[in-house]
Design a protein around this ligand. Structure first.
Ligand SMILES: Nc1ncnc2c1ncn2[C@@H]1O[C@H](COP(=O)(O)OP(=O)(O)OP(=O)(O)O)[C@@H](O)[C@H]1O
Ligand SMILES: [Mg+2]
Length: 426
């Protein structure tokens, strides 16, 4: 059993048809999980073309066991994994351990986990979360990503901070996000799930893009891709209207939503459904047309919606205090036509980041209490070592009870705030 898991994680250098393995960005997966596991493996040298047999003792990879980490507390949980703060007992370094969620998988290792591992292994940039290694538990289901630990994620921070970020802090955050994105896009990677809960921040003010469960490498010309990516509030109009070719522009739309959210201290386009999301976009930017977006009439899902007529761009009235350069940047990020939308490189050159208030130095960003550890962590499993099987159960689904503070008499404004907090993380 163990051998199959380790083998799955084995990196190989080329497709090996004879042994029936498929490659997903250098990660080897067996096409039929019930097929017997073949233990032979070879590598081909790119220099000489020589085939070298992998020694038996190296064939299964050399992942460490998760028992070498001391679990401190749970810091996050999302669609694809549970994340713990933990200590590496070898060197006492605090890390984040993300357990790959296998619950719904009948067909072997989940593709989201594979993509996350393979993409993160190829990335090295200060604004992209660092994957140090992959460790395993005893059962086939327990596989963990060991990542550098970041004290905050922007969603929890926005939910809990006493005072909103200043404009110069917003610029500092955005510049770092844009630097990370520029790196990704230059390396043909689209993140496809940018949102505040996937942006982490260290106590030194360094912002890191995380959560690569939906990320993909792309080629030019593009291939067809899954339509339902990107959390609704940050989803670009071309995806909402069913475009199957995803470009880096979908990340740039999400950047516009994040910039708007940081500047206005609330989510910019918090749609409840796809129809509502499109309504909110049109309310803010006006109805799209063939004139400004030539591909628009051909988009497959357009027929599912009746678009209301709204001729005005209302960004200026939504951000009346923003400078001309700031408004120009937001409008550039919210171009309906993905071909005309700002790239990360163009944003980095924007006058907005060069005019007062100037972006603050990351080192000068304030530090914040670690709410995630205070709230979730200290109550549970303190100092418990991770079991070898990694059998920690997921938390129960959120239920609305009195102890959640959602009693009948709660004022609507508070209810909205609390729902916003929940939705930001979804
Ligand atoms: N390296 C890290 N350091 C600190 N916290 C982290 C780290 N990685 C993830 N987290 C926390 O765990 C949360 C969930 O992680 P992540 O987004 O990677 O998982 P996910 O299951 O893909 O999430 P979702 O489906 O909600 O987007 C993050 O929002 C963040 O709060
Ligand atoms: Mg996430």
């Amino acid at each position: 059993m163990d051998s199959q898991k380790n083998f799955i994680l084995k990196t190989v250098s080329e497709k090996n048809e004879n042994q029936g393995y498929l490659l997903e960005n250098d990660i080897c997966i067996t096409p039929d999980p019930s097929a017997p596991i073949t233990r032979r493996g070879v590598l081909m040298s790119f220099l000489s073309g020589k085939i070298v047999e992998i020694p038996d003792e190296d064939l299964l990879g050399r992942c460490r066991f998760v028992s070498e980490f001391e679990k401190l507390n749970r810091i996050g949980e999302g669609t694809y994994g549970i994340v713990y703060r933990a200590k590496d007992t070898k060197n006492d370094i605090i890390v984040a351990l993300k357990k790959v969620r296998m619950e719904h998988e009948k067909d072997g290792f989940p593709i989201s986990g594979l993509r996350e591992i393979s993409i993160l292994l190829t990335c090295r940039h200060e604004n992209i979360v660092q994957l140090n290694e992959v460790v395993v538990g005893r059962s086939l289901e327990s596989i963990f990503l060991v990542m550098e630990y970041c004290e905050q994620d922007l969603a929890s921070l926005l939910d809990n901070m006493q005072q909103p970020f200043t404009e110069s802090q917003v610029k500092c955050i955005m510049l770092q996000v844009l630097n990370g994105l520029q790196y990704l896009h230059k390396h043909y990677i689209i993140h496809r799930d940018l949102k505040v809960s996937n942006l982490l921040m260290t106590d030194k003010g360094c912002v890191k893009i995380a959560d690569f469960g939906l990320a993909r490498t792309f080629s030019i010309p593009g291939k067809n891709m899954t339509p339902k990516v990107v959390t609704l509030w940050y989803r670009a109009p071309e995806i909402l209207f069913g475009s199957r070719t995803h470009t880096t522009a979908i990340d740039m739309w999400a950047v516009g939503c994040i910039l708007g959210e940081l500047l206005s201290h609330r989510p910019l386009l918090p749609g409840r459904t796809e129809v509502h999301q499109i309504e909110l976009i049109i309310d803010l930017l006006g109805t799209p047309s063939k004139e400004i977006w030539p591909e628009f009439p051909t988009l497959p899902a357009l027929k599912n919606f009746v678009l209301k007529k709204q001729p005005y761009n209302k960004i200026k009235s939504r951000f009346p205090w923003l400078t001309v350069a700031g408004l120009r940047l937001l409008n550039f990020l919210f171009m309906y036509d993905p071909m005309k939308r700002a790239t990360a490189e163009e944003c980095l050159k924007s006058t907005y980041f060069k005019e007062p208030p100037l972006p603050c130095d990351p080192e000068l960003m304030p530090t914040f209490p670690q709410h995630r550890n205070l709230k979730m962590g200290l109550k549970q499993n303190n100092n418990a070592s991770l079991t070898l099987g990694g059998s920690n159960p997921p938390p129960p689904p959120p239920s609305i009870s009195k102890s959640d503070g959602l009693e009948e008499t709660i004022p609507v404004s508070e209810l909205l705030t609390s729902l916003t907090k929940k939705a930001r993380h979804e």
